[in-house]
Design a protein around this ligand. Structure first.
Ligand code: FE2
Length: 225
């Protein structure tokens, strides 16, 4: 009796450990504390957004791809394989994982301000001015009905603003406009509702206080190579 119970416990522990080791997609640590973006993004929103929503995308992606060749792909590679035929669990959770990892990286404490260097010049050239770019980005953010994302992308060596529904992104072949993301803003209600309720435009305005332009410049430089 004891021996059987011990064996069951041993096997369960081994299975759990194996699952953990084999899980290809993993959530990187948040690059700052959950209260680092206050007051633009509140602590509880960050805790739930990173700790529950993003975690669920990663867990569900690993479940959906367990034992399939795609689990060996990098998140970038996987995005390039998303077609209309892709299982919704892979498209939604794969996109959810990629998008949130990107989103955390392009924000930070003591950020905001204005872009510098080549990215600043490209914004001036392709949009007319930083204010004009922000206006277009806000239109894309508030104009996205329901849940989705607004993006600043490089397409054919030019900057463009676009948006995607649900957890799609511009790296996916299913996107209306494909390109390399430079900035992305999560406009799902889970990203802002606790602090901003129905006022999505206020959340978009606050995003500019925490945007990490240095990181955006890195994405821009990589896309222009
Ligand atoms: Fe989100």
């Amino acid at each position: 009796m004891f021996s059987n119970r011990f064996r069951t416990l041993f096997v369960a522990t081994l299975l759990a450990a194996t699952t953990q080791v084999e899980a290809q997609f993993a959530q990187a640590p948040l690059p700052y504390a959950t209260d680092a973006l206050v007051p633009s993004i509140d602590k509880m929103t960050m805790e739930i957004h990173y700790g529950k929503h993003h975690k669920a995308y990663v867990d569900n992606l690993n479940k959906a791809l367990a034992g399939k060749p795609e689990e060996k792909m990098s998140p970038d590679e996987l995005m390039g394989k998303i077609t209309k035929e892709t299982a919704p669990a892979v498209r939604n959770n794969g996109g959810g994982h990629w998008n949130h990892t990107f989103f955390w990286s392009i924000m930070g404490p003591a950020k905001g301000g204005a872009p510098k260097g080549a990215l600043a010049e490209a914004i001036a050239k392709d949009f007319g001015s930083l204010d004009e770019f922000k206006k277009k980005f806000k239109e894309a953010s508030t104009g996205r009905f329901g849940s989705g994302w607004a993006w600043l992308i490089v397409k054919d060596k030019k900057l463009m603003v676009t948006s995607t529904p649900n957890q799609d992104n511009p790296l996916m072949p299913v996107a209306d406009v494909q390109g390399a993301p430079v900035l992305g803003l999560d406009v799902w209600e889970h990203a802002y509702y606790l602090n901003y309720q129905n006022k999505r435009p206020d959340y978009v305005d606050a995003f500019w206080n925490v945007v990490n332009w240095d990181k955006a410049a890195e994405h821009y430089a990589a896309a222009m190579k």
